[in-house]
Ligand binder design. Structure first.
Ligand SMILES: Nc1ncnc2c1ncn2[C@@H]1O[C@H](COP(=O)(O)OP(=O)(O)OP(=O)(O)O)[C@@H](O)[C@H]1O
Length: 235
């Protein structure tokens, strides 16, 4: 399995944000769901080596997030929720910058590839600050996949996009999920139904469901995913 998480805990001061969760993930798209403050972003930040856990173990492609962080970073692509981008940079310039950080061999051809893959072609000569929200998300995705990572962590990649842009990004995520392990955090249940094969629901730092999408629906009387989410996470 590309991602292995065992008894992972994160405490911020008095707040237990992640409370002893364990799960594994392999190729495909894993929907990572939960109400606001459930601990999704915290888990993603631990997996991408942005913050250390308080206890437990997490590994990506067999590399430990604490002791082998450089290897983890080489194998992982991360699109954070806020998607920070250099607005003054041109699209290609920003991709060249990230390609440089990853020391990518023959960056020009790789940049052409990811521009094509993420549908950035028509906008590639603009500055990032001139792009619409959807195209900015595409730049974020292009940056996240430029080093061809085996694992992708996407934190609410489609929030605020119009329906046309939504479809484009979801298609791209589905395509990438054919070969890569993707963890996708989202509050949009329709999106989970459209792109995820597996679902984890987290509530107050604990996992309350970990199943295939059909398995989850089946076990919960074939209610809608939204109803199941509310039942498992409502107070
Ligand atoms: N840096 C921090 N310092 C203190 N508490 C934090 C910090 N980051 C997150 N928390 C707390 O940890 C808990 C989990 O937050 P987290 O951002 O992981 O949730 P989330 O599931 O991603 O929520 P959302 O859906 O709103 O993005 C929350 O109670 C949050 O207030």
């Amino acid at each position: 399995m590309s991602i292995q998480v065992q008894a992972l805990t994160k405490v911020y001061g008095e707040q237990k944000a992640v409370d002893g969760i364990s799960f594994t993930a392999g190729p495909g798209v894993l929907g990572f769901l939960g109400p606001n403050g459930a601990g999704k972003s915290t888990t993603m930040k631990i997996l991408t080596c942005f913050i250390p856990q308080t206890a437990g173990i997490a590994s990506v492609c067999g590399f430990d997030v604490i002791s082998q962080a450089l290897e983890v970073r080489r194998h992982i692509g991360y699109l954070p929720e806020s998607n920070p981008l250099y607005l003054d940079m041109y699209v290609k310039e920003s991709l060249a910058f990230i390609a440089g950080i990853h020391k990518i061999h023959e960056p020009a051809s790789r940049i052409t590839n990811v521009i094509e893959q993420t549908g950035l072609g028509p906008e590639q000569h603009k500055k990032i600050g001139q792009l619409s929200k959807g195209y900015r998300q595409r730049v974020g995705l292009a940056q996240a996949i430029i080093h061809n990572p085996d694992v992708l962590i996407l934190d609410e990649p489609t929030s605020g996009l119009d329906p046309n842009q939504l479809i484009g990004i979801r298609q791209l995520i589905t395509e990438l999920g054919q070969t890569k392990t993707i963890i996708l955090s989202t509050h949009i249940m329709q999106e989970v139904e459209a792109v995820c094969n597996k679902v984890i629901i987290i509530n107050k730092g604990k996992i309350v469901a970990d199943d295939t999408l059909p398995g989850l629906l089946n076990k919960n009387g074939n209610h809608t995913l939204e109803q199941i989410f509310i039942t498992l996470t409502g107070n």
